[in-house]
Each structure stands twice: as structure tokens, then as C-alpha cells.
Design a protein around this ligand. Structure first.
Ligand SMILES: Cc1cc2nc3c(=O)[nH]c(=O)nc-3n(C[C@H](O)[C@H](O)[C@H](O)COP(=O)(O)OP(=O)(O)OC[C@H]3O[C@@H](n4cnc5c(N)ncnc54)[C@H](O)[C@@H]3O)c2cc1C
Length: 408
């Protein structure tokens, strides 16, 4: 079995321990306060920037780890610290990945550094895809981008919703429709430079969980941006649209599925976040069960409690293995023929909901109060089955992959 191991290498262990230190010393003590305040935790983001955790370099290093485990391991530790704070730290990464995957080298070099700012003046970025009438159904998107050839400018109009860092971001990456006939293949991504007139924050959402992370609407009203803000450039877009029109007349589902396979690759990352939250709640429940005495003995001495802990731990380990498998496959260039990315996200997000609910039960009355963090962790865990594709959509994707029908 040479070459096969579940063991992290020495570099990965060092990074994990360093992140764990940040999560336990900086994030955990601040978590309850920012959850109550429901405000962007700028001082925590700044601490992360000073430590080197909030930066493109750090993110890219984990993203391109050849084993595939760098990013899930980092996410697990940060979300173990606190989900709301962690999303405030990693939310910019969504927009950065939007530019990394669609942009030219020049665009990557221009925009990504602006998204992060620096440790003295931190900035955040936002990725705007969802709309009031286009959540799961991305193809129903209505935000339009029209090219004004005379000025070499794009003009964007529409409303985006549920945007992490929406309206407070230095740079917004916006997905808009160019060719409505082509469904999601007629979409393109644009960078909206800082201070562009016409972009405004709509309502800010007050949420059930991950409350330290800012979520808001973004309204685009005749937003004019230079031609070079189209990610990938006009030539590449025109070629892609021409190819899509040709493909529309051929029934080759393998080609259609290629885009979906790329999208799938980001899903294990959400699974890793869920593993972090679940592990945090499980550890607290385990410690509590060993200390809390009822009927003259620790509650863990009751099989009813011990078996719950056994199930919690088994679920977390199973979730992590699915996340690691999908991450390793993505890094090794192996296609997700059975939607393995979706499997990881689906299982881990539902495990996190289950485990955090069980943690509340094990802590009894204390678990139900805000004096103990498991209540917050349970509220936070609810997001993982919703964003980046709901559980229902993951099941749809898995089922379609198994049935061999095209994933739309
Ligand atoms: C806190 C938060 C942060 C977010 N951050 C971002 C962000 O930064 N950028 C961004 O673009 N988006 C973001 N989102 C949006 C998120 O991706 C969407 O909420 C998600 O895709 C679901 O869309 P929806 O809310 O419109 O639900 P809907 O699509 O309306 O779904 C409602 C229900 O119907 C079910 N459903 C829908 N279609 C089907 C079907 N075909 N079969 C079975 N069931 C179905 C869903 O599973 C769900 O249970 C965020 C959302 C939240 C809550």
C-alpha cells in the first residue's frame, strides 16, 4: 500500500496547529460578542491579517496544496474556532476564487490584492450570484450586462441577494446575463471596482446563525464599468458563447457537464467548514458529559449519553473522510463521476446539524442557553445545508450523476 496514507505531512500538521492556536486564542473568546453584535468583526479580520491568515498567499498555498488536504484542514480549524468569524475571514476567498478561475493573469494581479488590502487597512470582497428569483435555479438569473461598444463599457442592472460582504466590499464580483437564450452558459463574471457609482447595499439580513458574517442585498442601477472588468476578456467570452450556441444543437452531455464538474470542486470546502463546527460542539459535549454528575455518577456513564457521543464522533469522522476523498480527487484531477463533491457537502452539513443538536441535548438546560457555545454552534450549523447548493440540490446532483443524466 505504498503511497497511500491518511496522515497529514509535517508541514500540514504545523499549519493545522498554528491555525488551531489562532482559533482557540483569538476566535473562540470573541465569538459570542460578535454573534450578539451582528456586525462585521473588523478587529478579528485584522488580527487574522497580521497573523498571515487573511491573505491571498495563505489562501493560495492551501488551495494549491498538491494533496488537496490543505484547504479542508484550514477550514476545519477556523470553523472549529467560530463559524461566523471564520466566514468573515474566508468570505473574501469566494470572490478571489471567482477571479482566479475566470480572470486573466493581469486581472488576477490587479484585483485580488485589492480584495484583501493589508494588515493596516484590511478590505473584504463579495461574490454576487444569487438573486431574489434565482437561488437554486441559477439559470433564472435576471441581472443583465449590456456592452456599450462606443465607450468600451459594460452596463449592469439588477438586484443580487444573500451576498456575503455585499455592499461593504472593496471589490464586488458580479455574475450577470449576457445571452438570455443560453441559460447559465450565457452568464459572465465582472469585477466592480471600488467606488463605482450605481452599486449600493440594499437590506442587511438579520440571521439565525453565522451572525458575525455580513449578508446583504446588492443593487446595481446602471453600473458602468470599463471593458477590461469582464473576467477573462471579451474575446474569450465571444468564443465561449459561439461554442455554446453550436453545442445547443448537439446532444453531447459530457461537454455540458464539464462546467458542473468545476463547480462541484468547491463543495467539499463547505463540508470541511461543517466538520469544524460539528467537531467543536462534540468536544464540548464530551468534556461536559465526563464532568456533569447526576444520580451520583458522570452522565457519560449512562449508555444513552455515551452512545450519542459514539454516533457524533462516527458521523464527524465519516464526514471528514468524504471531504478529504473529494478534495484529494479534485487535487489529483480525478473527475467527480458520482458527484463526490456533493456527497461530501451533503453528508457533512447534515452531520453538523445532527451533532450540534445532540450537543445541546447532552448539555441539558445549559445547552439551551447562550452561556454555552453549543447553542450558537447549532444555529450556525443550519447554514451548511443551505448555501453553495441546498441539501435537496446536492441530492439532485448526486442522483443525476448516478443516473447518467446531465446535471443542469
Ligand atoms: C448566509 C448566507 C450567505 C450567502 N452567501 C452568498 C454569497 O456570498 N453569494 C451568493 O451568490 N449567494 C449567497 N447565498 C445564497 C445561497 O447560495 C442561496 O440561499 C441558496 O443557493 C438557496 O437559494 P434560495 O435561498 O433562493 O432558496 P430556493 O432556491 O428558493 O430553495 C427553497 C427550498 O426549495 C428547495 N428546492 C429548490 N429547487 C428544488 C428542486 N429542484 N428540487 C427539490 N427541492 C428544491 C431548496 O432545496 C430549498 O429547500 C448565501 C445565503 C445565505 C443564507
Amino acid at each position: 500500500m505504498a503511497g497511500f496514507t491518511f496522515e497529514l505531512n509535517e508541514d500540514q500538521k504545523q499549519i493545522r496547529d498554528w491555525l488551531h492556536g489562532f482559533a482557540s486564542e483569538v476566535m473562540r473568546p470573541a465569538a459570542a460578542e460578535w454573534d450578539e453584535r451582528e456586525e462585521t468583526p473588523w478587529p478579528v479580520i485584522q488580527e487574522a491579517a497580521k497573523a498571515g491568515i487573511y491573505s491571498l498567499d495563505f489562501y493560495a498555498q492551501q488551495y494549491f496544496d498538491p494533496t488537496g488536504l490543505g484547504l479542508p484542514m484550514a477550514m476545519e480549524e477556523l470553523f472549529w474556532g467560530d463559524a461566523g468569524l471564520a466566514l468573515s475571514i474566508v468570505g473574501t476567498g469566494l470572490a478571489a476564487v471567482g477571479v482566479l478561475t475566470n480572470g486573466t493573469e493581469e486581472q488576477i494581479g490587479t484585483w485580488i490584492p485589492q480584495m484583501y488590502g493589508d494588515a493596516h487597512d484590511v478590505k473584504v470582497a463579495a461574490f454576487c450570484s444569487s438573486e431574489p428569483d434565482a437561488g437554486s435555479d441559477v439559470a433564472a438569473m435576471r441581472t443583465r450586462a449590456r456592452y456599450d461598444e462606443t465607450k468600451d463599457e459594460w452596463v449592469l442592472n439588477g438586484t443580487k441577494t444573500w451576498v456575503t460582504n455585499g455592499g461593504i466590499a472593496q471589490v464586488h464580483v458580479v455574475v450577470a446575463v449576457i445571452d438570455p437564450e443560453a441559460g447559465s452558459k450565457g452568464h459572465a463574471s465582472f469585477v466592480i471596482p471600488p467606488g463605482t457609482p450605481g452599486l449600493a447595499q440594499g437590506q442587511k439580513f438579520h440571521k439565525h446563525g453565522i451572525r458575525a458574517s455580513h449578508t446583504a442585498e446588492v443593487v446595481l442601477d446602471d453600473v458602468r464599468i470599463p471593458g477590461h472588468c469582464l473576467l477573462g476578456g471579451k474575446e474569450r467570452l465571444d468564443e465561449r458563447l459561439a461554442r455554446t450556441r453550436e453545442l445547443a444543437t448537439t446532444p453531447d452531455s459530457r461537454v455540458r457537464n464539464a462546467a458542473m464538474a468545476t463547480f462541484e470542486a468547491s463543495r467539499p470546502v463547505v463540508g470541511a467548514m461543517a466538520v469544524g463546527t460539528a467537531r467543536a460542539a462534540y468536544e464540548i459535549a464530551l468534556d461536559y458529559a465526563k464532568i456533569r454528575q447526576q444520580f451520583g455518577r458522570p452522565i457519560i456513564d449512562n449508555q444513552g449519553i455515551a452512545f450519542q457521543l459514539a454516533d457524533m464522533r462516527t458521523g464527524i469522522d465519516a464526514a471528514r473522510l468524504l471531504v478529504w476523498r473529494a478534495s484529494w480527487m479534485a487535487a489529483s484531477g480525478k473527475p467527480f463521476t458520482s458527484a463526490e463533491g456533493s456527497m461530501a457537502k451533503l453528508y457533512a452539513s447534515e452531520a453538523a446539524q445532527r451533532v450540534t443538536a445532540q450537543a445541546i441535548q447532552i448539555l441539558g438546560g445549559n445547552g439551551f442557553t447562550r452561556e454555552y457555545p453549543v447553542e450558537r454552534m447549532h444555529r450556525d450549523a443550519a447554514i451548511y445545508t443551505i448555501f453553495e447548493g441546498t441539501s435537496e440540490i446536492q441530492r439532485l446532483v448526486i442522483a443525476r450523476a448516478l443516473a447518467g443524466v446531465p446535471i443542469r
